[in-house]
Design a protein around this ligand. Structure first.
Ligand code: SF4
Length: 484
């Protein structure tokens, strides 16, 4: 396994073509806007070396028998699935942000079982190629970006009907040594902190006219033809200011980027699907299912921090003994633990796929994510209620530290006696960061749209729920039918 320092060094060796604020980023690792997101991924390396977290953070490779970082592991049983959720909650607690590495982790597991089943059905040879790639990822302890979301253009049209065929990533040519792909992937979480991109189709595909969109492959993140355009976040330029208070969480963060594939060449040994459109749906469904499970861990960990911050703010404000504040904290805990219960439930009810890799219970994973599209918003609303309006009206750190006016900020923005004003302000900035600042990307909007927007889960819930079986239960008890 790599250490966090080795991970940082490995990123310095990459030559990524990144743009941010209209300028090329020459050194992403030390860029003050990007660095907090890198620190979050580095935490996945750091904690893997901490004996306290060995159980959650590491695993024994099913391919090599070596000890590996869990983020590169194929789930071998339900216990592995449960440990994954526990690991994600832990990392959410330690970073209060999106630590990004789960997307590739989920993609690796989804591609594993899908390629196996594709080979069985079609006689292709993708699974061995994929496992060779995975062995390399495990041995080098790499971060994979799981790249699924295409731009999609006009949502009412299929990929082949779009006015611009590149709005869904596609194979533009097949050559003796490999394929050439063109298109883009949007909202790519952590991609600039990744060594490899594992690319998948974005929707279920049907018909020969869609086979060029059935592409799954892996490319190094600094491959020729790749371009990254960094996504903005609320209050992102606060990271450029002097001081550490106003960012709220100055050490950790997350990022998303738009990735352009301008005729990128992929050698055959890294191609895991090439035209087998009937299996695109399976791959999408499994990847989405795993990532919907993931939210029952990561968002819960961030929720733990937000609940703790709200409770601490109540202490600092002198409101902790008010019965409505206590009740609001209980409500936040109830909502957060309900999300965790869903994450654990879909994991413990998982089952083996034909490749031996374990898959979560898809119905419960979709219920988990559906709740995640709602509960963090209510938790955030309650946190803002408890924190008070000062969270969004207080002066800047520069005013607090100013030689003439700073004493007024210190005097008039103090809460209970005995707690320095700075502590109160720091805590309120953390709540601001999580609820409406740059981390709200991860806690709120990512909860809504990450791993698929709410309607995508409702479609899956309808498909998985077996309503006919429930109707039969009712018919039997109503005396309409007899039990078989
Ligand atoms: Fe991991 Fe959560 Fe970020 Fe997805 S949103 S990559 S599950 S931390």
């Amino acid at each position: 396994m790599k250490t966090a320092a080795e991970y940082l060094d490995s990123l310095r060796k990459l030559n990524l073509n990144i743009y941010m604020f209209g300028e090329r980023v020459e050194n992403a690792v030390d860029n003050p806007i990007i660095r907090p997101s890198l620190n979050s991924v580095a935490k996945t390396y750091e904690l893997a070396w901490d004996p306290r977290y060995e159980e959650e953070m590491t695993a024994t490779s099913s391919l090599t028998g070596k000890k590996i970082n869990r983020f590169t592991h194929l789930h071998q049983n339900c216990a592995d699935l449960v440990k994954k959720v526990k690991m994600q909650r832990l990392l959410g607690q330690k970073t209060a942000s999106c630590f990004q590495r789960c997307v590739g982790f989920d993609a690796l597991n989804a591609v594993d079982s899908t390629t196996y089943e594709m080979d069985c059905a079609l006689g292709t040879g993708y699974h061995k190629r994929f496992r060779d790639f995975l062995r390399y990822v495990q041995d080098e302890d790499l971060v994979c970006n799981g790249a699924m979301t295409d731009p999609k253009g006009d949502r009412s049209l299929r990929p082949s009907q779009q006015s611009d065929p590149d709005l869904y990533l596609r194979i533009v040519s097949k050559e003796a040594a490999g394929i050439v792909v063109r298109g883009a992937k949007c909202h790519q979480t952590g991609v600039i902190n990744s060594h490899e991109l594992l690319v998948m189709p974005t929707i279920a595909l049907s018909g020969e006219e869609e086979k060029d969109y059935a592409a799954c492959f892996a490319v190094p993140s600094d491959s020729k033809g790749l371009l990254y355009i960094y996504g903005r976040q609320a209050s992102d330029t606060r990271k450029l200011e002097n001081g550490s208070m106003d960012v709220g969480n100055c050490r950790y963060g997350g990022h998303e980027a738009l990735v352009i594939f301008e005729d990128v060449f992929v050698p055959w040994e890294r191609v895991f699907m090439c035209g087998e459109y009937k299996f695109a749906g399976t791959l999408v469904e499994r990847f989405a299912g795993y990532h919907r499970q993931s939210y029952g861990g990561c968002k819960v960990g961030v929720g733990d921090v937000l609940i703790g911050a709200a409770a601490q703010a109540a202490d600092y404000n002198g409101t902790a003994k008010a019965s409505h504040i206590k009740d609001k904290l209980v409500e936040m805990i109830h909502l957060n633990e309900t999300l965790y219960a869903c994450g654990i439930a879909c994991s413990s009810q998982g089952c083996a796929t034909a490749s031996g890799t374990f898959l979560i219970d898809l119905l419960l994973a979709n219920v988990c994510k559906q709740n995640v599209t709602r509960f963090p918003y209510e938790i955030a609303r309650l946190a803002e209620d408890i924190a008070g309006g000062l969270m969004v009206t207080m002066p800047a750190e520069q005013d607090f530290r100013h030689p003439q006016i700073g004493r007024y900020v210190d005097k008039y923005l103090r809460g209970v006696a005995g707690v320095p004003t700075e502590q109160r302000l720091r805590l309120l900035r953390l709540i601001e960061n999580l609820t409406i600042g740059s981390a709200a990307v991860a806690y709120r909007t990512e909860s809504m749209h990450g791993a698929g927007s709410p309607q995508a889960q409702r479609v899956m819930i309808a498909r998985q729920a077996d309503l006919e079986k429930k109707k039969k239960l009712a018919r039997v008890l109503a005396g309409i039918e007899t039990e078989e």
